[in-house]
Design a protein around this ligand. Sequence first.
Ligand code: NAP
Length: 250
Amino acid sequence: MSGAPVVLVTGGSRGIGAAVSRLAARQGWRVAVNYASNRAAADAVVASITEAGGEALAIEGDVGNAADIVSMFAAVDRHFGRLDGLVNNAGIVDYPQRVDEMAAERIERMLRINVTGSILCAAEAVRRMSSRHNGRGGAIVNISSMAAVLGSPAQYVDYAASKAAIDTFTVGLAREVAAEDVRVNAVRPGIIETDIHASGGLPDRPREMAPSIPMQRTGTPEEVADAILYLLSPSASYITGAILNVSGGR
Ligand code: NAP
C-alpha cells in the first residue's frame, strides 16, 4: 500500500469538490471522492485522477444521514488504511424564500446536511487523526460561505445561518484539537461558477451578481480549490482556526 497521504472530499464529485479532488491528486494526495447520488460524475473525477497517474476512490454517502457517514469512513479505512485530510465540502442551498415562508422540513434538511453532516464527518476524522486517539495528525478544511457574513436576505437566510454555524464550529474545533496535531480551518467562497445556483432555481445568479463583486467577476472552483489545498498542506502548519475569504473582495 502506498504511503501517500489520504484526503476525503465530501461532495467531491462536482463543482468546488471536484476541483479540490483533482488538485489534491496533482499535489500527491490519494483521494476519497464522496458523492450523494450522481455516480457518473464521481466516476468521471476518479477516472481523470487515475488517468493522470493518481489514486482515487468514489464513495457513495449522504452526509445528511449519520449511518452513511459511518459507512463512508469505514470505506476509507478499508481501501486506504489511513486518513490525513478532510474537506467538509458537501452542502446544499434551496429555492429563494423569506423566513416567514419557510417550512420546518426545509430548515431541518438544510441544517442536517450543511451543519450536522459536517460536524459528524469532522468527528470521524478527529477519531482517526488526533494524537489523543493515537493518530498521526491531519488537517480539516470546512467550506463556509460569504453568506455567513452577508445573511442572504430574501434568498436563503437558513443557508446563511448554516454557514455561520460552520464558522463557529471551525473556531471551536480548531481550539479543541490544536494540541493534538489536527488543524481545522475554513474557506468562505463568494459567488463561484458551479451547478449549485441552478439547484437553488437561480442558474443566472453568477452572471447577474458579477457586477456587484469588487473584482467584477465570479470565481472558479479551481480558485477555491487552491486556497483549500493550501490550508490542507504543511505550508499552513501554524494556521488553525482561520477563516479565509475567497470572494473577489465581496
Ligand atoms: P454543487 O456544484 O452543487 O456540488 C455539490 C456537491 O456536493 C456534489 O458533488 C454533490 O453530489 C454533493 N452533495 C450534495 N448533497 C450531498 C449530501 N447530502 N451528501 C453528500 N454529498 C452531497 O456545489 P458547489 O457550488 O461546488 O458547493 C460546494 C460547497 O461550497 C457547498 O458547501 C456550498 O455551500 C459552498 N459554497 C458554494 C458557493 C458557490 O457559489 N458555488 C459559494 C459559497 C459556498 P452529487 O453530485 O451526487 O449530487
